[in-house]
Structure formats: structure tokens, C-alpha cells
Ligand binder design. Structure first.
Ligand SMILES: Cc1cc2nc3c(=O)[nH]c(=O)nc-3n(C[C@H](O)[C@H](O)[C@H](O)COP(=O)(O)O)c2cc1C
Length: 304
């Protein structure tokens, strides 16, 4: 984004300088030969918009059209940024900067400090040597308790960077449990959906308050990759949650399932198995204060 702004500024300055030079050195309509018989410069006053468009319309109308065009361009730019593949690792928007090919050369152009970029590179290098698909399949089939018990320690054997544990963490007690299991950080998603700050529909928040772990459906139907969804939203979108069709990998489009009108994220809502622990929509600051109080209480309960 910053590069684009600088380029635009340089173009604007060069444009203004060449205009001043032309006005100062050329007389309207008189060609000044640069290469005799081959190339000459002629000052021509253009009364219209770009390429003389609308030159025969009144000045006021030309201004209106120019302003409308600028408005349309601004809208296009905003839509364009929204269409960029946010959330995809191969080219993504970080802050306001679009970083193409994030996993490749883009990493060096990402707006992170050098130490963070080095950490990412080490992470990608490590996982490049790792059969992630096989590991995901193993974890999908492993009992949750086994995952918590063994997995952080197992990852530690090949990765010494920051380790984040996520899934069904909604209380300070669970943050302490993640730490005890060997993680450096606990990652919380669903709990923050039930806050006034979350820009999801109010009905989504209501469903989060009502749902329990039993209401979470795990399927790859909607985006081609496995995800957890609220049963009620799946049923409201016209599916039988108990008999979901198998996903078709050829239709993986991360937006809607096989041309269905219902859109994932907009109509079919994600939530994790810790959803039953959430019973109020409270501001993020209160969620964080509650997590901290619960964490401290859990530590003293365990006499740590
Ligand atoms: C609305 C929503 C959308 C999510 N989208 C994705 C996603 O696209 N890809 C992904 O790997 N995880 C996704 N997750 C999972 C989170 O990254 C995170 O792992 C998970 O929410 C943590 O568990 P918790 O929600 O039980 O706290 C999503 C979670 C939610 C609540």
C-alpha cells in the first residue's frame, strides 16, 4: 500500500513538472521538432476529460462526471481490497498491506519485524518436512484427552518456537490447562463471538448462548476443509445435520457449497465445542478480566 502511494506521488510530481515545462517552453499549436521529420512536440490544450472525452459538454457537467468517476474508482478500490484472499496463506492482507506469495518470497516483504519473519520461516521450513495431512488424520481420530496429553510434548520434539493450543478454551481454568500441557499460549475463538464488539449477526450470538457441545457439527461439506458449525444454522440452511452429504473436493470454493444459496460464515455459523460454557454476551474487556480472574483462582485452587 505504501509503495503504491509513493508511486502515485512520484507520478503526480513528474506530471506537474512536465506540464509546467510544456507551458513554459511551448506555444499552443506550434510544433517544436525534437528529431527532425520524425518526432516533434506540440502543445495542445485539452478541454475535456482524459483523451478529450466530453470536451463538447459544459464545464460543470465535466466536473460532475469527473467526481462521479473518482467516486466509482474509490468504490472499486474498496471492493477490490475486500476480494483479496484474506485468510489464505498464499497471498494475504496483513494490516493494510497485500503480501503476495506469503509462503514464498512474500515473507520478506511482510510488515513484521525481522525476528517474527525468521520465526515464520523456521515454522514453514519445519512443516515443509512434515506430513501434515497424515498428522491431521491421526488427530481427527484421536480422543481429545490423548491430544491434550501427548500432542504439545510431541510437537516440542521437532519445534522449539512458540506453541499455541486452541479448541474449546473459554475459561481461565482452560488457559492454565493449556499451559500445563506444554503450550506457551492459549488461542480462543468462539468465546469472543459472544461480545458486542464481534461483527456477527445478533442471531448468531443468540445461538452461541443457547448451544452446547452436542450442537456442534464437524464436517468438510461447506468449504472442503473440516470445520465446526452450529447445528441450528446447518438445519436452517436446509440440511439434515444427521445426514449431511459427502463433500465433493472438485467443488471446493471456500464460499458456498456446490452453488447453494446459503453462504458459509454468513448463514452457516462456526463455533467450537466449548460453546456450552458461554452464557452471556459481555464486552471483550469483561471477557478478558473474567479469564484473568478465573486463571488466578484456578492457580490458587491448585496451590500453584
Ligand atoms: C467464526 C469462526 C471462523 C473460523 N474460521 C476458521 C478458518 O477459516 N480456518 C481455520 O483453520 N479455523 C477457523 N476457525 C477456528 C479458529 O481458528 C480457532 O482454531 C478456534 O476457533 C479455536 O477454538 P474455540 O473457537 O473453541 O476457542 C474459525 C472459528 C470461528 C469461531
Amino acid at each position: 500500500m505504501r509503495l503504491a502511494a509513493w508511486t502515485a506521488l512520484v507520478v503526480l510530481v513528474l506530471d506537474q513538472i512536465t506540464k509546467l515545462l510544456a507551458l513554459g517552453h511551448l506555444a499552443p499549436g506550434f510544433p517544436v521538432p525534437v528529431v527532425d521529420g520524425f518526432f516533434s512536440l506540440t502543445l495542445v490544450m485539452n478541454p475535456g476529460l482524459a483523451f478529450g472525452m466530453l470536451s463538447s459538454t459544459p464545464t460543470a457537467w465535466r466536473w460532475i462526471v469527473a467526481l462521479l468517476s473518482i467516486g466509482a474508482l474509490a468504490v472499486l478500490a474498496m471492493v477490490g481490497v475486500r476480494l483479496l484472499p484474506i485468510g489464505s496463506v498464499d497471498g494475504l492482507v496483513i494490516g493494510d498491506t497485500f503480501v503476495p506469495e506469503f509462503l514464498g518470497r512474500g515473507l520478506d516483504r511482510s510488515p513484521f519485524p525481522p525476528a517474527v519473519r525468521a520465526g515464520f520461516r523456521r515454522f514453514f521450513d519445519t512443516f515443509g518436512r512434515y506430513d501434515v495431512d497424515r498428522e491431521v488424520e491421526r488427530l481427527d481420530n484421536a480422543p481429545f484427552a490423548d491430544v491434550l496429553k501427548d500432542y504439545p510434548a510431541e510437537v516440542r520434539r521437532f519445534f522449539d518456537g512458540p506453541l499455541v493450543l486452541s479448541g474449546a478454551i473459554a475459561t481461565g481454568d482452560a488457559v492454565l490447562a493449556a499451559q500445563a500441557a506444554g503450550a506457551d499460549l492459549a488461542y480462543i475463538g468462539t468465546r469472543f463471538l459472544a461480545t458486542p464488539e464481534a461483527s456477527v449477526p445478533e442471531r448468531y450470538k443468540d445461538e452461541i448462548l443457547k448451544a452446547s457441545a452436542n450442537d456442534i457439527i464437524y464436517t468438510d461439506l461447506f468449504s472442503g476443509v473440516h470445520g465446526n458449525y452450529l447445528r441450528h444454522s446447518v438445519a436452517a440452511a436446509g440440511y439434515d445435520p444427521e445426514n449431511l452429504p459427502k463433500s465433493d473436493p472438485s467443488k471446493m470454493n471456500f464460499g458456498s457449497e456446490g452453488g447453494a444459496e446459503k453462504k458459509v460464515w454468513r448463514d452457516i455459523w462456526s463455533a467450537g465445542q466449548g460453546v456450552g460454557q458461554i452464557d452471556a454476551v459481555i464486552p471483550v474487556a469483561e471477557v478478558v478480566a473474567k479469564l484473568m480472574a478465573e486463571y488466578a483462582a484456578a492457580r490458587s485452587r491448585l496451590a500453584l
